[in-house]
Design a protein around this ligand. Structure first.
Ligand SMILES: [Zn+2]
Length: 378
């Protein structure tokens, strides 16, 4: 795969919908990313294009969600909300009912499924749906701002076509909905790097959760201590994820690119800069396999938008590592951490921070090497 065909999934339809104003999840992030990459000339020309998604079909949604849940979601969104829906998490504080909730969720999932379809047909080598990544939703419950689990659905659809799927989740929260969906399967390897679940929602994703039966060793959790910084994160990524990926040799990578592990995110406590995501994207692309990337968490809007635009610039081959500030056009990005182009300024790490983080990460690495690596012949 030498000439890559990168597809950005977006439709102005998304602009019709938003979570309630007091809710941290902001759907405008996708629109903002689109504005930036458009103004930087990164949506057209050789190897890059923009595709509008189709809403997910009900028959596809039922590959993961129950009919009872889909019915409750649709009727609750239409104003007929009841106790049964609330018991499924619909209409809770985290997953409120808002105008167009059902249409939005189905279109967002449709974005990820459109991406999967384009990868399967060979129309795309890389597809990025910034309106996707709802990894907490379960077959019969909404959770953590997520209603329809687009990433689990994409993994199911790809696995149905006999693809070996690697699901990589770098959102700061454990990708629990997806991990659970494939917990006893070896055809979808799920890897989630996230803040230690003792200190963050959803409270699962410890290193000893490694799958069961056929799936033993095919669920990998890398919990990271509060304060984890770039170099420590990359060490964990390079020592755990890269060898596992190479051994597993996937046909396709599904990449949940929540960026709420960035420093300054109001909902979490890691300290990454977007340079980490740039490096991870580089690593993933070096495998020369199709990549289906989605958005996810990211609650500092400016930082999130910039990180996703940076990721796209690498996906579509526009980022060559040089300072792109000259290409920024009239885009004004408001953030104190912003240095030039799309990249964050490096953050200094004190001795004290290093001492608080490094030993904890080393312990996790050793445990995973002992429990999971041998299953993959490592
Ligand atoms: Zn998250």
């Amino acid at each position: 795969m030498t000439t890559k065909n990168a597809v950005f999934i977006y439709s102005s339809e998304f602009e019709k919908y938003s979570y309630p104003p007091e809710h941290p999840f902001n759907t405008v992030r996708a629109t903002r990313v689109r504005e930036i990459i458009y103004s930087m000339g990164m949506l057209s020309g050789s190897g890059k294009s923009e595709v509008a998604p189709k809403p997910a079909e009900r028959i596809v949604l039922k590959k993961f969600h129950t009919a009872r849940y889909l019915h409750a979601l649709k009727t609750a969104a239409a104003g007929h909300w009841d106790v049964e829906a609330l018991q499924m998490g619909i209409g809770s504080q985290d997953c409120p009912i808002f105008k167009g909730l059902y249409e939005y969720s189905v279109l967002a999932a449709g974005g990820t499924l459109t991406a999967a379809k384009m990868i399967l047909s060979g129309q795309a080598d890389i597809a990025f749906n910034p309106s996707g990544g709802y990894h907490h939703a379960g077959p019969e419950h909404a959770a953590g701002f997520c209603y329809i689990n687009d990433v689990a659905l994409a993994c199911i659809v790809l696995a149905e076509q006999e693809k070996r799927v690697l699901y990589l989740d770098v959102d700061v929260h454990h990708g629990d909905g997806v991990a659970q969906a494939f917990y006893d399967r070896s055809d979808v390897l799920t890897i989630s790097l996230h803040q230690n679940p003792k200190t963050l929602f959803p409270g699962t994703g410890f290193e000893n959760e490694i799958g069961t039966g056929e799936g033993k060793g095919y669920c990998v959790n890398v919990p990271l201590p509060v304060g984890t910084y770039d170099q420590a994160y990359l060490k964990a990524f390079e020592t755990i994820v890269l060898p596992l990926m190479a051994a597993y040799n996937p046909d396709v990578i599904v990449f949940e690119l929540g960026v709420d592990a960035l420093a300054g995110d109001p909902l979490a406590n890691l300290r990454l800069t977007n340079n980490v995501y740039a490096e991870i994207v580089d690593h993933l692309m070096s495998f020369n396999k199709p990549i289906l990337a989605t958005g996810g968490g990211g609650y500092n809007i400016e930082n999130t938008v910039r990180a996703w635009a940076l990721a796209w610039s690498i996906f579509c081959g526009a980022d060559r590592g040089e300072d792109m500030s000259h290409a920024m056009g009239g885009v004004f990005l408001e953030s104190t951490e912003w240095q030039a182009g799309l990249r964050d300024r490096a953050l200094a790490v004190t001795e004290q921070q290093r001492n608080a983080v490094q030993p904890a990460i080393e312990k996790v690495i050793q445990k995973i090497k002992k429990s999971v690596f041998p299953i993959h012949g490592l």
